[in-house]
Design a protein. Structure first.
Length: 322
């Protein structure tokens, strides 16, 4: 199904999930962002405390490869989801869905170890809910090794995938892929139409995007340049103790800044200075995560090794000048 924005795709995904499961509960991560409609803003805790969470929404700690050992990651995330299911039920609410951004963009960018989502997805399904993969940020080849973020996690097949942002490369185009059996109840019971969703101009834009990704080998480019970039950043970490962690996949890279490497204390104030220092030198990026101390590096898919070197050199200068 096609929509015009990612928010609309997530909103529709929840309506479909509720029709399918006859349940209401939604589980998201603690600093998630999923969009702007009323129901989805209520499931987007990163919007801040003045946007209240919905009564049927529960949050769970996101995976954190910097602080949780890899072998415990899947269990820890699943334990959070199970606790959220129990809490929903304690309040008389049955779980309808677990919705996650599959690289946890707004929680701080967590991609590893591959496989850490599987146990949590099993838990939501066992409880009668479905798994919605929000691919609005990681989708369309950005992670380099797979076209969708969820594909990093072997054998993981979502019940609904939502997509947007890069799908039209600037043109407002978003949508959902849905298992037919998950869509059946909504298709039968709910009237639905969308004036601009799936219009011929948007479809042409989307087809052109897919053609360019394929023709210009942009997924392989994301993998190659992303690796080069992470290597450059890891070298910087040898000289700048503010850098605590370099992580990510393809051209979705997180650089976590800490004031104390032992205690892994978030360097929130320093991160703002780094973002602004980079901006003054014409390098635009932002900070992500609950403590806003992870540089979110998500450049255009045509980013080159030369561009990556410029980014690393500029960051080097900014860090040296702090
Ligand atoms: C993970 C994620 N989901 C959904 C959205 C909402 O998409 P849109 O801004 O197109 O409504 C965003 C936008 O930033 C996003 O990052």
């Amino acid at each position: 199904m096609f929509t015009c924005t990612g928010s609309e795709a997530n909103d529709l995904a929840m309506r479909i999930a509720k029709a399918h499961t006859k349940a209401e509960g939604l589980i998201v991560t603690r600093f998630a962002y999923h969009g702007v409609t009323e129901s989805i803003a209520q499931a987007s805790p990163s919007l801040g405390r003045f946007v209240q969470l919905g009564k049927t929404v529960r949050t769970v700690p996101a995976p954190d490869s910097y602080r949780v050992p890899p072998e415990e990651q899947g269990k820890a995330f699943a334990a959070g989801v199970s606790a959220a299911i129990a809490d929903l039920r304690a309040h008389g609410v049955q779980p309808a869905a677990l919705m996650v951004d599959t690289v946890f963009s707004s929680d701080g960018i967590f991609t590893d170890p591959a496989g850490f989502l599987n146990e949590a997805v099993a838990a939501i399904r066992e409880a009668g809910g479905i798994f919605i993969a929000d691919e609005v940020q990681p989708g369309l080849g950005r992670t380099g090794d797979a076209f969708w973020g969820f594909m990093r996690h072997e054998g993981l097949v979502p019940d609904i995938v939502t997509m947007g942002k890069p799908l039209g490369n600037g043109h407002p185009l978003a949508g959902l892929a849905i298992r037919p059996e998950v869509l059946a109840a909504f298709g039968r019971e709910c009237r639905y139409f969308n004036t601009f969703g799936g219009n011929p101009v948007s479809m042409a834009a989307g087809m052109a995007v897919l053609d360019v990704i394929e023709r210009e080998g942009l997924m392989a480019n994301a993998q190659r340049v992303g690796r080069h970039l992470r290597t450059g950043l890891a070298k910087l970490a040898e000289r700048h103790t503010l850098i605590g962690d370099v992580r990510g996949a393809g051209l979705f890279v997180g650089l976590e800044l800490v004031t104390d490497r032992q205690a892994r204390t978030p360097a929130t104030a320093e991160t703002v200075r780094v973002v602004n220092g980079l901006r003054e030198r014409q390098v635009l990026l932002s900070a992500t995560g609950e403590h806003a101390n992870t540089l979110k590096i998500r450049p255009p898919m045509v980013f080159s090794e030369v561009n990556a070197d410029l980014l690393v050199e500029t960051l080097d200068q900014v860090l040296a000048g702090l």
